[in-house]
Design a protein. Structure first.
Ligand code: IVH
Length: 669
């Protein structure tokens, strides 16, 4: 391949990978298999190594390619990161303006108003236009170096755009807020619940959790965003106003919040504040206030700081999304896998514009920890679309008449005994025929992430079960239009439609079918891995714990859940019924009979015949996978010239070691 052809291919691959990144990470809806994706990535890596084209900094290979870290290193901010003083009312905002006018000894100056994103502050360093490092705020002087996670933020430029009217300085320090959109948080929380993890209480916690992952691949699956709002040290450049700073940041390609506005007096700012308060509910991200900043940078400098807060800025907070109400009762909800979740029933109250009458209490430990009793006055909190929760009890309102809550010893729906297994926070109803569980299971089966059966929502599933038309998901496929018509609310047309969507759902992608079964610890991601590795439902059903744990990312807990699920007599019957009904899942990837299929490789030392990236691409093309460290799951360690400690580790673990020649033979080169 000549250079021009290689560059053309590189550009094409980058575009293709960016497209698939978006499908996988942002939309959770990949179009190609993981191995196909890895193949594209390896091909690009190999080409970039051979034909450097000067645009590598913004290549997808730089965004999600990094290996997991053992721990974060600390990062000293080139200039300290300050925080903001808060203003909680109109009066405090007006006082601020009066104070500035007095200190500045002028009346005629402008402000900049900006939404205050509720995420976490980061500091970024660019050298010669390239993103070098980025860190969390930490104590304002030193933060944690989270560079590789920041790179996964697709809207963050890794290369400053230098085609604008402002030359790019050698050294640039800029600040901004990393945040997660509410929709992304809800999606992430649904996935976490599926996989048995606690949901995040608000977008800020979720963003902080994502940014503090040691493995950037995990960060990449939790889509983050960023808005930049300030600069730190930029030697040799003098800006005159904050407004100018924002314009230049934008021309350099940085995302700047489109709602920022220059305001010429405090009354206009108060209008802006009120407008943002209204707009807040319809924004895709959470804001907890508006920041008011003096625009003129010389004036900012003159005003200086008070302790760690600049005198020239004020964080004007919206009234809290917390409210006080009375807890009337605690009821129990039974989930898909039988977990009993206590839910608070409260006197309806308005929290940030939404009427709330229920809040999750999570589990019995949480109730004990917060000492929540029936009849208590409680403070509740709501963040975005997140389920409201009880923050704490107002102890001063206790009358002594409140009642302590006891978790039931029997399932409130089916009456069976409940158990709390060691190490678990929830009590569970272990009766597999519990109507609550069955209904939840059918709902899950038909859900969008599962079989995606149109017209089969929560209500219809429950109605079908209550009418004794179905007892498990497989029964759905034996429903007839006539049977449906016997139910109220079912007209000819909707019955016809439901039967049609059931027919249409009979050949689902294998991963969706596995997910739909509702196996414990098996969310959408794990279902994809299982589908890819086993290729058919029969093979998965026959898999042993050893077969399963041999797969990368499948640990003993998931393996045990899968084996347990298929060994359950009741589930065996359900699987038989699926087969009788003609429900045949389709393998998402082509059959694998390559000798490298499912084998995992680790390379150490350099190969004579090809660069490591090419060897990696070959292995992956043939269905194998390449990892950076040797574990007991590694099939082969390929040792080239001057191998490192990975070789010793392989020896100590008794893993097959291949020399370069043997490797080449294996891959038929
Ligand atoms: S300016 C000295 N602008 O609020 C100026 N901060 O307590 C420092 N924040 O740590 C920050 N949106 O995490 C600024 N438009 C905005 C902001 C903003 C959110 C956060 C930031 C900071 C905290 C201030």
């Amino acid at each position: 391949m000549d250079k021009d052809a290689a560059w053309e291919k590189i550009a094409k691959l980058r575009k293709t990978i960016e497209y698939h990144n978006n499908r996988y990470y942002q939309q959770d809806n990949p179009e190609i298999s993981d191995s196909e994706y890895d193949r594209l990535m390896s091909e690009l890596q190999a080409l970039e190594e051979l034909y450097p084209d000067g645009h590598i900094a913004s290549s997808p290979t730089q965004r999600v390619g990094a290996a997991p870290l053992a721990k974060f290193s600390s990062f000293e901010h080139p200039s300290p990161m300050l925080s903001l003083a808060n203003g909680f009312s109109r009066e405090e905002i007006i006082d601020f303006d009066v104070r500035i006018k007095k200190l500045a000894a002028i009346n005629n100056f402008s402000y900049v108003a900006e939404p205050k994103l509720d995420g976490l502050a980061v500091n970024l360093v660019y050298e010669n236009g390239r993103f070098i490092r980025g860190a969390t705020r930490g104590d304002g002087f030193t933060g944690e170096d989270v560079s590789q996670n920041l790179k996964t933020i697709s809207t963050l430029p890794l290369q400053i755009n230098n085609s604008g009217s402002h030359p790019v300085p050698d050294f640039v320090e800029i600040r901004g807020e990393v945040y997660m959109e509410i929709e992304s948080l809800n999606k992430l929380n649904r996935r976490r619940l599926d996989e048995g993890d606690e949901p995040f209480a608000n977008p800020r916690n979720a963003a902080a959790g994502a940014l503090r992952q040691l493995d950037p691949k995990i960060t990449a699956r939790r889509p983050l965003n960023i808005f930049l709002y300030a600069v730190g040290k930029i030697p040799g450049v003098n800006f005159s106003s904050h407004w100018e700073v924002l314009q230049i940041l934008q021309s350099w390609g940085f995302p700047v919040n489109p709602l920022v506005q220059k305001v010429n007096d405090i009354n206009i700012f108060l209008e802006y504040f009120a407008r943002m308060g209204d707009l807040r509910k319809s924004l895709p991200y959470e804001i907890d206030g508006v920041v008011l900043k003096v625009n003129d940078l010389a004036l900012q400098e003159k005003l200086g700081n008070v302790s760690r807060n600049p005198r020239w800025a004020l964080a004007c907070k919206f009234p809290a999304t917390q409210a006080t109400t009375v807890l009337h009762d605690i009821i129990i909800q039974v989930g898909r896998i039988g977990s009993l979740t206590p839910v608070a029933i409260m006197e309806p109250v308005n929290v940030g514009g939404v009427t709330v009458s229920r809040a999750t209490l999570h589990n019995e430990d949480e109730i004990l920890k917060k000492d929540i009793r029936i009849g208590d006055t409680v403070i509740i909190q709501r963040a975005g679309d997140v389920i409201p929760e009880v923050v704490k009890v107002v102890l001063s309102r206790r009358t002594g008449k409140e009642k302590e809550f006891q978790m039931p010893s029997h399932c409130p729906v089916c009456g069976s005994e409940v158990v709390r297994e060691e190490g678990e926070v929830a009590r569970r109803c272990i009766n597999l025929s519990c109507p609550a569980q069955i209904k939840e299971n059918i709902k899950h089966f038909a859900s969008r992430g599962g079989m995606d059966i149109e017209g089969l929502g929560e209500k219809i599933s429950a109605q079908l079960f209550d009418a004794q038309l179905i007892y498990d998901p497989a029964d759905l496929y034996f429903l007839t239009k006539e049977k449906l018509l016997e139910l109220d609310r079912h007209g000819e047309k909707s019955a016809h439609k439901l039967i049609e969507s059931l027919q249409r759902s009979k050949n689902p992608p294998l991963n969706k079918f596995i997910y739909a079964l509702g196996i414990r610890n098996t969310g959408e991601h794990i279902a994809k891995i299982l589908a890819r590795e086993f290729g058919s439902i029969d093979k998965l059903m026959a898999a042993t714990v050893d077969d399963l744990t041999a797969v990368y990312e499948i640990g003993p807990e998931i393996a045990a859940s899968v084996v347990h699920f298929f060994s359950e007599p009741k589930n065996k019957t359900v699987m038989d019924k699926f087969q009788k009904a003609g429900v045949i899942p389709q393998a998402t990837v082509t059959a694998k009979d390559s000798p490298l299929q499912g084998r995992s490789f680790v390379f150490t030392g350099s190969l004579e015949s090809m660069p490591r990236s090419e060897a990696k691409a070959i292995v992956e093309q043939m269905g194998g996978s390449v990892h950076s460290s040797t574990t007991s799951k590694t099939t082969y360690v390929v040792a080239g010239r001057e191998p490192g400690s990975k070789l010793d580790k392989a020896r100590s673990l008794g893993i097959t070691i291949l020399g370069e020649d043997e490797f080449l033979k294996l891959v038929c080169r």
